[in-house]
Design a protein around this ligand. Sequence first.
Ligand code: HEC
Ligand code: HEC
Ligand code: HEC
Ligand code: HEC
Ligand code: HEC
Ligand code: HEC
Ligand code: HEC
Length: 417
Amino acid sequence: MGGWLEDTGNWLLPWVRRGAERARWLLVCCWLTAPWVFSQDQASGSAETTALHTPPPASAFAGDAACASCHEKEAAEYLLSPHHLDSAAATAKTILGNFTPGKNVVRTGNPELIFAMIAAKDGFFQSAVNIADANNPKGMAERFDIVVGSGRRGQTYLYWKDNALFELPISYWTRTHEWINSPGYPDGEVHFNRPIIPRCLECHATWFEAEGPPNLFARDSMMLGIGCEKCHGPGREHVERERSAHPPAAGSAEVAIVNPARLSHERQMDVCALCHAGVGDPIEPPLSWRPGDVLADYLKITPPPPDQPVDVHGNQVNALERSKCYTSGKLSCSTCHNVHEKQQNVDAFSTHCLGCHEVKACGRYRQMGEAIRTKCVECHMPEGKSQGLHSDTEGQMLRAQLRAHRIAIYPEAGLGR
Ligand code: HEC
Ligand code: HEC
Ligand code: HEC
Ligand code: HEC
Ligand code: HEC
Ligand code: HEC
Ligand code: HEC
């Protein structure tokens, strides 16, 4: 069954694996209040480390606004990027779906059940309505509290029940501008009880304080959106050093912040693999991994078997690793992506191919000549329908379109426009 998160059953593993669940959890809580060890590791000179980290406290973070005050070039576009906008408090601006009567309803495979999206004075609500039961017209309703997804493909919404976080049954699908049944939810049923586990937020937020499995969090702790410090490590100390009377010399490697460009190829890949290599099975508590750490020590990622399409929601890492180009040892996500900017001009990506290949190396050059120069991606990284990311809505199967990240020869792929 497809869903935003396939392996919901596995959330408990990291706690159970190393002994009694309860003891482990207590330990995690102690770690959260323990003195922060990051600066000592960093002071040894290299951001790459084999010592295991524990989740940093909130006080280790400076926040994007602080970074933006000095790094205008990186911040200007980043603040408008899908990463930054990936999660947020639910407001009229962040929720992309339509609340206008007539457009605010999802019919289901069950003729008696509809879902209605309601904008009220005190917030936005999703309501399951039993239209056959006149005595119970309202059914169950919960509030939109948190938005997940900038809306490139869609959005899913979360709600709080005390300090427990759950997924709402209706999501938003950008391509058709419709409300849809949340991915993985059976059509025609009412489910308001899918817990949001820490791993979901590890990929979709910057920081949070987990209070207990499966889905208890400190409500005010959420740092929503994917902030600068997710890829650069907690940055308060860097900010303090740079603002001090004796800031580090210009051009030197900064010890209190991670520049992925200075990491080895593997550790650079890890920075993206935290979120772009599939759900995996956590080994350490969520948020323990930091840029520069060996991801495999924190998360067990099992690549899909070779005969299966690489396709869980967001698994570009495994796909890329299966490309012959990857054998060069030099190809990383940053070869093509500058994550500080929007990545939406497909033709521009061909330039990156030409960093390693000549146009003439392509078998199609002989027939098509220079016309292929800006079209490498359309044939060698064609778009395909996701097997993993789909929604079963009103008897129709909607699938996300994703860009193949296994660079290869796809004889059937053409220019298509
Ligand atoms: C392993 C990391 C990971 C986990 C866990 C994960 N996601 Fe995602 N999610 C991603 C990535 C990466 C993308 C972007 C995928 C892409 O475009 O290829 C994404 C995309 C999405 C989108 C679409 C965003 C958009 O703007 O189009 C939604 C909605 C979403 N995820 C919801 C969830 C929810 C809800 C959960 C937990 C129940 C979850 N995801 C768990 C990594 C993750
Ligand atoms: C999704 C991950 C990610 C996020 C989020 C992110 N960066 Fe980066 N950043 C990188 C990577 C990767 C590099 C190295 C790029 C390369 O290989 O050249 C980098 C490099 C940098 C550099 C060094 C640039 C140079 O010329 O040496 C600065 C400064 C920087 N980022 C600041 C920021 C700031 C400020 C933010 C937030 C507004 C931010 N980054 C958000 C991934 C990220
Ligand atoms: C008070 C100004 C200031 C603030 C605030 C600040 N930085 Fe920096 N940062 C600098 C300076 C100066 C450098 C060194 C630039 C150079 O030497 O070229 C630097 C370097 C960096 C580098 C490159 C380090 C390297 O080893 O190459 C990264 C990445 C970075 N900052 C990210 C961040 C992030 C993320 C934040 C927010 C948490 C942040 N910075 C906040 C001033 C600042
Ligand atoms: C904390 C998890 C996380 C990390 C770390 C991360 N990503 Fe993402 N990335 C996401 C999610 C979630 C989305 C979907 C954002 C949305 O649209 O809501 C995404 C979207 C993207 C996109 C498509 C959106 C766009 O910007 O056009 C690209 C490209 C991308 N990521 C590349 C990278 C690269 C390269 C790295 C490593 C340098 C990286 N990401 C690190 C979670 C992450
Ligand atoms: C960092 C260097 C590098 C980059 C960037 C790169 N490649 Fe490659 N590519 C290679 C290497 C190395 C091989 C393997 C060469 C060989 O087998 O002769 C390869 C092989 C290929 C092949 C043959 C694949 C097969 O399965 O037979 C194709 C097609 C290809 N690349 C296309 C591209 C395209 C298109 C891009 C841009 C989207 C690209 N490459 C970017 C280095 C790179
Ligand atoms: C050889 C170039 C290349 C490399 C290397 C590369 N990408 Fe991409 N990526 C692309 C292109 C081209 C697109 C499509 C951009 C668009 O549609 O606007 C894309 C799109 C994406 C998207 C948006 C989802 C989608 O399917 O449109 C994500 C997420 C992403 N890349 C993540 C990554 C990650 C993570 C890595 C490293 C594992 C990576 N990419 C390496 C070229 C590359
Ligand atoms: C119209 C589709 C199309 C476009 C555009 C295209 N290719 Fe190809 N390419 C192919 C096909 C198909 C092959 C397989 C060989 C053949 O059939 O001639 C191929 C083969 C290759 C090979 C492998 C050659 C070998 O002998 O193993 C490389 C490398 C390559 N292309 C690189 C590129 C680069 C770089 C670009 C952009 C400048 C590009 N291709 C644009 C369709 C295309």
